[in-house]
Each structure stands twice: as C-alpha cells, then as structure tokens.
Write a protein that binds this ligand. Sequence first.
Ligand code: PMP
Length: 385
Amino acid sequence: MKKILMIPGPIEYEHDVLSAMAKPTYAHTSKEFAEIFKDALEKTMMVFDAKDGLPYAISGSGTLAMEISTANFIKKDSKILVVSTGYFGDRFVDLFSRFSKNVEVYRPPLGYSADPKEIYEKVSKGEYDLVTVTHVDTSSGVKNNIKEIAKFFRDLDTILVVDGVCSIGGEEFSMQWGVDVAFTASQKALGVPPGLAVGVVGAKALKFMEKNPPLTFYSDLRIWQNVLRTYMQGKAAYFATPAVNLILALDVSLNMIVKEGIDNRVKRHQIIAESIRAALKEIGLKFIPKEGSYANTISVQYLPENVKQSDFLADAERFGAVFAGGLIPEIKEKYFRIGHMGSITSSEVLIAIGAVERALKKNGYKIDLGRGLSAAQEVLYNSGY
Ligand code: PMP
C-alpha cells in the first residue's frame, strides 16, 4: 500500500530527480558530465547564499561532510568549541576526539537553543580555533539562531562551522552572515537520495587550509579543491570517482530549488511546519523544542504517557505515513519525529496528521478525530496553501 516517507531524511523525492538517477551513466571525465557538475556547484553556491569560496559535492553521507568541514580547518590539539543542541552536536565531540584534546562543549538544556550572547562571551577573546554549531539538530528539533551567532565571527580568526544537514534548503541561511564553512547532505531539504556530502568553504577557512595539511586523505580538501575548481570551469579532473548519477540528480533538484526561489521555498517550509505544529498542539502533544527554537524542517514531540512508541509508529505506517522514533539516548522511546522538508505539500500534511490521530486513538489516547486536521487546515487555508 502507498505510504509517504516523513522521517527527517531520506524523504520523498521528485520524479525528475529520481529519473536522473536512472539515466545512462556518463564518464566522469566527459564534457557532458563536467558541464552538469559545474552547474550543480554553481547552484550549490546559490542555495548556500555564498558570494565566494569553494563549493563541494563529494560521495558520502552527512557524517563525511562533518569530517571534511572540520578536519581541514584544525591542527592537532586545536582549541575547539562544540555548541551542542542534541545528538548530532554531540557527534562532533566524537569526531574531534580523533584530532584534539582541547574540546569544550556548550550544551544548553534540552529544548533550548544556544544563547548567542553566551557564545559571544566564550569566543570574543579569540581563544578558539574553531567552533561548530548545528543549525537544526535533527534529534531534538531545536533550531539555533545562526544569523545572530555568525556575526561575531566576522572579525575573529576563529572558524565557524555550521552543520546545515537538517536546514539548508528549508530554513533561511546565508554564508554571508559570517559563516566560514557550512554543509549538508543530499537526502534532506536538498531533495536528492542519500549519498552526497555537499558544502561550501569560505575565504577565511580556505586560507587556513592552504597552510595546514589535514590528518585525513579522502577528506583532504586541498586535493579536492583542484578537482572541483576544474569542474567549475566545465572541465573534468580526477581524484576519486564522483557519484555521477547522484550529481545529475543534485543538479536537477538544485535547479528546481532555484526555480522555486529560496525565499519561497523557506516560506513554504515555514507554513507547512506551522500547520503541523498547530495540529499536534491541538491533539495535545508537547514539543521538545521550546517556543522560539522551532524548526521549519522537522517537528519533534513527546508521545502521550501510555502510548508505546513502536506500536504507534507501526500503526501510523499502516495508516499511510512513516515517522521516526527518537535519538536522544535518555528519552529515545518517549518521543517521535516528523520530517517535513523538500518538495512537501499541504496534502502530505493532511495525510501525516490523519495518521497521527488514528494511530494515537488506536493506542488508547483519547482524541476527537479531526481536531488536529482542522487546526492544520486553518493554518494552510489562511496562508493560501
Ligand atoms: N548532522 C545532522 C544535523 C543530521 O541530521 C545528520 C543525519 N540525520 C547528520 C549530521 C549525519 O548525516 P548522515 O546520517 O547522512 O551521515
């Protein structure tokens, strides 16, 4: 039976994007492929709102993007600050444990976003070599205010790295706010099946990289830089075989994003998120993110006390929508996550909320069916979607 994938990535993909995956594969050294790769890299710059710097699209998942986007900009035992608002923030701590003994973590209480003032107080003396912030942590659904945080870094040597895996393509974002390095993965708001690490490296970070070889090989951006800059001229070069068909799919999806217009796309994500939150609130669920920390790309909420997560998720799937369980170890089984990014429409909101309502009722929760749907409908109707 047909069901929609509403986990926070992978998501439902556009038919034209999937068709690109099924095309006969070009030689990675061909003129045809070089032109497409060039276009995809240019559009990557547009989606990241980057004026200059090096875009990359390298085979691997978001975790590779985390490594590429940090390992190239630190030395052994560099002083690093990790701003963690969940499981994926904490993943940076594991990653850095391979490179440095000087890692500090700023971890706001669960559900709260990082206070930009606290970050300023920590970094303003210029003691840190690198700081990481997760824009939207997919485990908690908490969104950080990158615009406010990034402006402090413009006059510092400290490199600011933003994990935009659960945000870029669905949330307002600009490298020009003062972000030095940002990245995402193909499978989320960029709307491409899993398999590509996609990012942009700004001027400050590129300068650091030239003088400091990283302790990695496949992730060494100095090697990739030569290859990527050649492709950016519409010519082919080789270091490691690119995922040709994924790049074709990326190019199709980025063209769709640019055609929709980034602002329109962010607005659509915002309205969809508001309609889902209005519905879940009406149903009586409590969110993990506190007011003001909500994301446009994902909704994260506790299950009612006596509802067993595995039963709820299985029923929701039977009723037509696949949601995700929790990731934060201490409360993993107490909450669930709905991903709403990419080419998501109002129809999918209604399928998802319908499935939530019926699955909760099936599991003993007292609910008047249709209350959540009605709340979602109001938001969608009032915003013209
Ligand atoms: N960062 C964030 C914010 C994520 O959501 C994820 C994946 N859900 C990752 C990093 C890691 O990406 P991947 O699973 O593609 O390696």
